[in-house]
Design a protein around this ligand. Structure first.
Ligand SMILES: [Zn+2]
Length: 139
């Protein structure tokens, strides 16, 4: 997938999450629901809010001409899947052997590795720190 296709995919994801965000907010404000349904809607509300923030951060990065397209596409893919799992990735750091880049989640300590040909993640699907924190603190 080239960089433009990756960005288009993120834009569609962001639009879908914006619908979920607004829809869950609207239903919660109507406040005429069973508590189980409310709980689900609160999860959708929280999740979509975080996804929109993550995708906004990804999409605000502008490509420069001389960047390696494959490497950048892999970085974007890796950042998106990490953000979708609630991970908080730090800056990409070049590996010493010059074979790619690594980024680490500041919440759980998991890492991602990318090069122009590979993408390797040892992150959990959902960041353990992030999930626990949002449910405890915000609701
Ligand atoms: Zn994490």
């Amino acid at each position: 997938m080239d960089t433009q296709a990756v960005k288009d995919k993120f834009k569609r994801m962001r639009a879908a999450y914006q619908h979920l965000f607004l829809g869950s907010l609207e239903l919660l404000e109507l406040d005429a629901l069973f508590w189980t349904e409310k709980l689900l809607l609160k999860l959708v509300y929280l999740l979509s809010q975080k996804r929109i923030q993550g995708l906004n951060a990804l999409l605000s990065h502008e490509l420069t001409e001389d960047e390696n397209i494959n490497l950048r596409a892999n970085m974007l893919e890796a950042q998106a899947s990490a953000a979708l799992g609630g991970h908080q990735l730090g800056e990409w750091e070049e590996l010493e052997d010059n074979e790619g880049f690594q980024a680490t989640c500041s919440a759980c300590g998991g890492s991602l590795f990318v090069s122009d040909s590979t993408l390797y993640s040892i992150l959990a699907d959902t960041c353990p720190a992030q999930t626990r924190g949002s449910l405890d603190n915000e609701w």
